[in-house]
Design a protein around this ligand. Structure first.
Ligand SMILES: *[C@@H]1O[C@H](CO)[C@@H](O)[C@H](O)[C@H]1NC(C)=O
Ligand SMILES: *[C@@H]1O[C@H](CO)[C@@H](O)[C@H](O)[C@H]1NC(C)=O
Ligand SMILES: *[C@@H]1O[C@H](CO)[C@@H](O)[C@H](O)[C@H]1NC(C)=O
Length: 193
């Protein structure tokens, strides 16, 4: 008797679990700007690619690729250069030598955003020009303490081969000249499809 009641209880429990549809979040109902949302794949073919490039920041000489376009009244007297905004179209090559293979360019800007400690806001697209990546981009937005050995910055998106990209980059200064020209090694860890 007790057993059959227990079994009946279990059956009821099972039925209520099996027949109840997944509850709909009522706050989603009547949400007119969500056009559709559907599960597209359980087993995604997401990849993680690791690239290594050298980023050439040329501020001196007749053909600079990094140019100061704005500054604050106190930028030149600030110990951190706070307020300087530098627009860049820096070469990305496979080796630290500028004459090594060009794979793309880092286009965007960096800005001195630290009042007390040097810290750059980096906002740039790695625009590929080589091979199958030609025309694809990776967008990077992050904090760069240039005097630290390794700086990590987020990858916030991408286009074409890097659609839905996410990941991070690690920057290490390879060389810094007295002129301010710098070569920085970038290791890019990007998840994409
Ligand atoms: C419904 O969605 C809202 C907004 O995302 C959330 O705050 C709430 O906890 C959800 N309710 C349930 C029952 O999941
Ligand atoms: C600050 O320094 C930069 C670079 O040396 C120079 O181009 C600019 O004119 C200076 N600005 C002021 C307000 O002195
Ligand atoms: C990259 O693509 C552009 C535009 O489609 C094309 O003009 C250029 O020749 C391509 N470069 C390489 C190296 O394939």
């Amino acid at each position: 008797m007790a057993t059959s009641i227990f079994c009946g209880f279990l059956l009821l429990l099972f039925l209520s679990c099996a027949t109840n549809p997944t509850p709909v979040n009522s706050s989603d109902q009547g949400n007119s700007y969500l056009i559709s949302s559907r599960l597209i794949s359980r087993a995604t073919a997401e990849k993680q690619s690791h690239f290594r490039f050298y980023w050439h920041d040329v501020i001196s000489g007749p053909n600079p690729t990094a140019i100061r376009v704005a500054e604050a009244p106190g930028t030149n007297t600030s110990t951190t250069g706070f307020g300087a905004l530098i627009m860049i179209d820096d070469a990305l090559t496979t080796g630290p030598d500028m004459k090594s293979k060009l794979v793309g360019r880092a286009q965007g800007f960096y800005a001195s955003a630290g009042l007390d400690k040097v810290g750059l806001l980096m906002a740039m697209n790695f625009v590929f020009t080589d091979g199958k990546y030609n025309g694809s981009t990776i967008a990077i937005l992050g904090h760069n303490e240039v005097f630290s050995a390794v700086r990590e910055m987020p990858i916030v998106g991408g286009s074409r081969l890097f659609r839905f990209a996410r990941g991070y980059v690690q920057a290490r200064t390879h060389s810094l000249e007295k002129t301010g020209d710098a070569v920085v090694e970038y290791n890019i860890f990007v998840n994409h499809y």
